[in-house]
Ligand binder design. Structure first.
Ligand code: F6P
Length: 323
């Protein structure tokens, strides 16, 4: 009987549990044993794993976080560390691994592939910064959490005619911020890909008031040149010239901790199932992800280390909606 392992790595994202469940049940359905590795690559290195039954992954589909735990494990870049991890897997008769994670985690998948160990990755990060795939696991839920906050902030902002800056996650990628701005009807967007000077941002806010808006809401990506805290400090020090009050809300990890919504549960299940089909047909060294509505298995070598570009038209469209 074939044995495979599954782990979650890097920042957790809503839907990871649903993906674990799909991998475990699809593997068992093939007649395989499936092992869950605890705490990402750190657990792989320490041999910290246990076999999971179909019942062990019951009741987790709807829960955020990851039952396996996750970690960032920079030591895994060391080939000696990886060699030990592979030896541990081989000694246990495990001949395939599914890695659920984002950019850094899939760099680990590629390194293991180059070392000769069969790996299939599942594209999972709230940042949506994995090259080649349309939308990664957890993005939709994280976006909905940001929107709930934005909708609430708009109410209080209107009551006080205030400006609000909402900072969303995304590391150095502005995707979450741009989409939150479009779906939340923001007056301006600040993202690393298209920087805006604080003076121009202040003008955009003032202009919104001049056009009769009762509030101004700005979505700021955490990786922007000036984050929300720095922008607020700038606006406060120019309060007299600007003529408006500004407050900042940093959403931070709140966006990562939610229970997955329908889109992410379905995406996780599709990707988990497909990852097992890939392993079964020997299609390894691949990343499973969504492209044009279909789940495909793309070569990791063509993905890792490449930057996903944002569509500049999206920002043009977002700006057109602010009039
Ligand atoms: O990669 C996911 C992410 O949530 C980024 O958006 C963010 O910059 C980072 O992880 C935060 O990492 P940590 O949870 O280690 O603070």
């Amino acid at each position: 009987m074939r044995r495979i392992a599954v782990l979650t790595s890097g920042g957790d994202s809503p839907g990871m549990n649903a993906a674990i469940r799909a991998v475990v049940r699809s593997g068992i359905e093939q007649g395989w044993s499936v092992y869950g590795v605890r705490h990402g690559y750190a657990g792989l290195v320490a041999g910290d794993r246990r076999e999971l039954s179909a019942r062990d992954v019951g009741g987790i589909l709807q829960n955020g976080g990851t039952i396996l735990g996750s970690s960032r494990c920079p030591e895994f870049a060391d080939s000696e560390v990886r060699r030990n991890a592979i030896e541990l897997l081989q000694r246990a008769g495990i001949d395939g691994l599914v890695v659920i994670g984002g950019n850094g985690s899939q760099a680990g998948s590629l390194a293991l592939t180059k070392d000769g160990f069969p790996v299939v990755g599942i594209a999972s990060t709230i940042d949506n910064d994995l090259f080649g795939v349309e939308i990664t696991l957890g993005v939709d839920t994280a976006l909905n959490i940001a929107l709930e906050a934005i909708d609430r902030l708009k109410n209080t902002a209107s009551s006080h005619r205030r400006a609000f800056l909402v900072e969303v996650m995304g590391r150095d990628c502005g995707y979450l911020a741009m989409m939150a701005a479009i779906a939340g009807g923001a007056e301006a967007t600040v993202i690393p890909e298209f920087e805006i000077q604080p003076g121009d941002l202040a003008r955009a806010i003032s202009d919104a008031y001049t056009r009769g808006k009762p509030h101004a809401l700005v979505v700021v990506a955490e990786g922007s040149k000036m984050d929300a805290t720095e922008l607020v400090a700038y606006f406060k020090s120019h309060r007299d010239q600007l003529g408006f009050d500004v407050r900042a809300t940093i959403l931070g990890h709140v966006q990562r901790g939610g229970n997955p919504m329908a889109f992410d549960r379905i995406l996780a299940t599709r990707m988990g199932w497909s990852a097992v089909q890939s392993l079964n047909s020997g299609l390894t060294g691949r990343l499973v992800g969504l492209v044009a509505g279909k789940i495909v298995a793309l070569p990791l070598a063509e993905i890792v280390g490449r930057k996903k570009e944002l569509d500049p038209q999206m920002l043009t469209m977002a700006n057109a909606m602010t009039i």
